[in-house]
Ligand binder design. Structure first.
Ligand SMILES: Nc1nc2c(ncn2[C@@H]2O[C@H](COP(=O)(O)OP(=O)(O)OP(=O)(O)O)[C@@H](O)[C@H]2O)c(=O)[nH]1
Ligand SMILES: [Mg+2]
Length: 427
């Protein structure tokens, strides 16, 4: 019995051992399975069988999902941002283009407005001459379709009385007659157009440009009769040259009048130009100009402008005095004077033509400045001067203000002069 009990006890113990061993094995295989599922099971399945490790994995998956999404979002927002910034830069570029275009348009408008103002002033400045010459011609042609001999006679009278000059008048009429003979002129409008074209042609005389950069100093000898406007023209020229950045020396070679020297000194102060004066009243004018050129050479000035007398208060004839100045300038600088500018007062009409002749006999006049066009109906003289003497008009004076000395532009001048009354009203 004792042995039987012992056997039963051993069996029970063995059974218990077997039972517990089996349980422990199944527990470890469950863990194994769970561990394996980490790597193989689909995300959702793993997430449902949550363990601490699973939670981490899931969270990391969630994170990566988020990251992916974030990346996606980032990428989307990046590409959004890219396209936005692209769009913005396109818009900016477009804006810059628009700004540039607007600026260009504004600059062009400003330029056009300035030019229009200048032309307007020129038209105003020429209003008296227009009244004397062009309006009369226009009046002649008004309503007339036929160009006959009597109309040509009337035209001749208008041209002569407007100081165009006999020779130039004859030349213009000849031109019209020959065009009529060739049946090239249909009506008065055609005559008007021909006149305008031929006058432009006569005024367009080739002039060598003033070059201030080579062969310094560039020297200008200014001559003309008493009161023509020499000193004023010199002052206006000095003003333009210094505004353009050139250094100017003025020579006060009208030595017999203290007032003439003073007048030039005032312009010297106004334009910041040095003025070389005579040592005493009545000193030799040519020595003043010589000293002025030497001064310009010493100081590196670009331009020397010499004022001269219109009438001498001595026994010496004016032309001899001017010839001497011309010679002495050549001693101070081998190419001087580079320009001999004859100043003519347009109000002198036919006398201005005579002055070109007289000064031209003594000196080699290279250019003309025609002043006071604003105050006369005799501006037609300019056509005669150019046609007869072939000397270029470089400047015209249309007022007393500093900016009233204009470089002569033939097209602007003729267009401003030949504007018809109805056109004028429209401007
Ligand atoms: N309206 C008008 N007046 C002008 C013009 N140019 C000069 N004048 C005036 O003409 C007058 C004579 O000018 P000046 O420069 O002294 O003449 P100038 O030739 O030097 O005279 P002299 O020294 O006596 O030989 C002055 O009152 C000037 O203001 C112009 O284009 N228009
Ligand atoms: Mg003078």
């Amino acid at each position: 019995m004792g042995i039987a009990l012992g056997v039963v006890a051993v069996i029970v113990i063995i059974a218990l051992i077997f039972f517990f061993t089996k349980k422990s094995n199944s527990a470890s295989s469950a863990t194994e399975l769970e561990g394996r599922s980490d790597s193989t099971a689909p995300k959702g399945a793993t997430a449902t069988t949550a363990s601490s490790a699973d939670t981490h994995v899931t969270s990391s998956l969630d994170d990566s999902g988020d990251i992916a999404q974030a990346e996606e979002t980032d990428q989307t927002s990046d590409s959004d941002a890219d396209s936005k910034s692209e769009k913005e830069s396109e818009e900016t570029a477009e804006g810059v283009r628009l700004d540039e275009t607007a600026e260009q348009t504004a600059a062009q408008n400003l330029k056009a407005a300035r030019r229009e103002r200048k032309l307007q002033k020129l038209r105003q400045g020429l209003s008296k001459t227009r009244g004397g010459l062009v309006s009369k011609i226009s009046e002649l042609f008004k309503g007339k379709k036929e160009i006959d001999a009597s109309l040509l006679e009337e035209l001749e009278e208008v041209l002569i009385t407007s100081d165009v000059g006999a020779k130039t008048t004859e030349w213009l009429l000849e031109m019209i007659r020959s065009a009529l003979d060739k049946e090239e002129l249909k009506d008065s409008d055609a005559v008007w157009a021909l006149l305008k074209q031929e006058i432009k042609h006569a005024l367009k005389i080739k002039a060598s440009p003033w070059n201030f950069d080579s062969d310094k100093p560039f020297t200008i000898m200014v001559v003309g009769v008493n009161g023509a406007g020499k000193t004023t023209t010199i002052g206006k020229l000095a003003s333009q040259f210094t505004e353009d950045g050139h250094k100017v020396v003025l020579a006060a070679a009208d030595t017999f009048r203290a007032a003439a020297v003073n007048q030039l000194e005032i312009w010297g102060r106004r334009t910041d130009s040095e003025v070389v004066k005579p040592a005493k009243e009545g000193a030799d004018p040519s020595s003043v100009v010589f000293d002025a050129i030497k001064k310009a050479q010493e100081t590196g000035a670009d331009i020397v402008i010499a004022d001269t007398a219109g009438r001498l208060h001595t026994q010496a004839p004016l032309m001899e005095e001017l010839k001497k100045i011309n010679r002495v300038m050549g001693k101070a600088h081998e190419n001087a004077p580079h320009e001999i500018l004859l100043v003519l007062d347009a109000t002198n009409g036919q006398n201005a033509l005579q002055q070109v002749k007289e000064f031209g006999e003594a000196l080699s006049i290279s250019g003309i400045a025609l002043t006071k066009l604003d105050g006369t109906a005799k501006g037609g003289v300019i056509i005669g001067i150019c046609h007869e003497y072939k000397i270029p008009v470089r400047y015209i004076g249309i007022g007393e203000a500093k900016d009233s000395l204009r470089q002569f532009d033939v097209d602007d001048f003729v267009d401003a002069l030949f504007i018809q009354e109805n056109e004028q009203e429209m401007k």
